[in-house]
Design a protein. Structure first.
Length: 247
């Protein structure tokens, strides 16, 4: 029987809960500290989600990291120059002789500028595939290859030097080049004989296909000669990360 004058006893907390609660609290504290360190004092869930702002933020981070790489590379070069050794000096001369053809020196001279841009948003046809209204990786690559075929001594995309190992990758409606995202318009410049570069473009079937789509769907295409095009030295990585040997 239950005594009505007796206050109910305080229920006992199971031992497992008495142990789990402080452990959980401690783990939560660790997570809070880890989160604070990871965010470096910034909000991990930022309110800004519009694509242009995110692209610009990413570009700034990559530019900062690239500056660090450039500074370290300059220090390595300086320390290497201080080494007084016949074999090292020979290797250094051989390396320097290969820098220009490999794209590691600045090149300037007359050339062409090609600008590619998505079609206006108001372009619409019943049943039209929206992929036909945007610039794709293969479109950019077609113009780059045509300029090289036309005798270009250097080619840039968005001001970045392109070399034989450069990969151009599309992610959504942006292009990733050496880890940096870019939105259209895409500017391709080639250094070389203007007549030769024009000829290279005219011989490319892929470029002609883009011209046809540009006329039909209003894709942006501007080709203009330039008295001077400056192609900066390539400063990215030359490691082949996805190469596969062919047997």
């Amino acid at each position: 029987m239950t005594d009505p004058d007796r206050e109910p006893a305080t229920p006992r907390t199971p031992l497992s809960w008495r142990v789990a609660v402080p452990v959980t609290t401690a783990l939560a504290g660790v997570l809070f500290v880890t989160s604070a360190i990871s965010s470096e004092g910034n909000d991990l869930r930022q309110e800004t989600t519009d694509l242009p702002t995110l692209v610009e933020q990413r570009r700034e981070k990559v530019a900062s990291a690239q500056q660090t790489v450039d500074d370290l590379s300059a220090q390595i070069a300086s320390l290497t120059d201080e080494v007084d050794n016949a074999e090292v000096s020979k290797a250094r001369k051989e390396t320097r002789s290969l820098r220009a053809p490999a794209g590691f020196t600045e090149v300037s001279g007359p050339g062409l500028r090609v600008t590619l841009e998505d079609a206006p948003r108001d372009v619409d046809e019943p049943g039209l595939d929206p992929n036909l209204l945007v610039v794709h990786q293969q479109d950019i690559q077609a113009f780059v290859n045509a300029l090289w075929e036309g005798g270009a001594t250097a080619v840039t995309l968005q001001g970045q030097r392109l070399i034989s190992t450069t990969g151009i990758k599309c992610v959504g409606n942006t292009v990733i080049l050496n880890g940096v995202p870019y939105s259209p318009p895409y500017i391709i410049e080639g250094v070389g004989s203007v007549d030769g570069l024009y000829a290279g473009l005219s011989r490319s079937g892929a470029v002609q296909t883009y011209r046809d789509y540009a006329e039909r769907y209003q894709l942006g295409l501007t080709i203009s000669p330039k008295d001077e095009v400056v192609a900066p030295a390539y400063s990215g990585s030359v490691d082949l990360q996805y190469a596969k040997r062919l047997d």
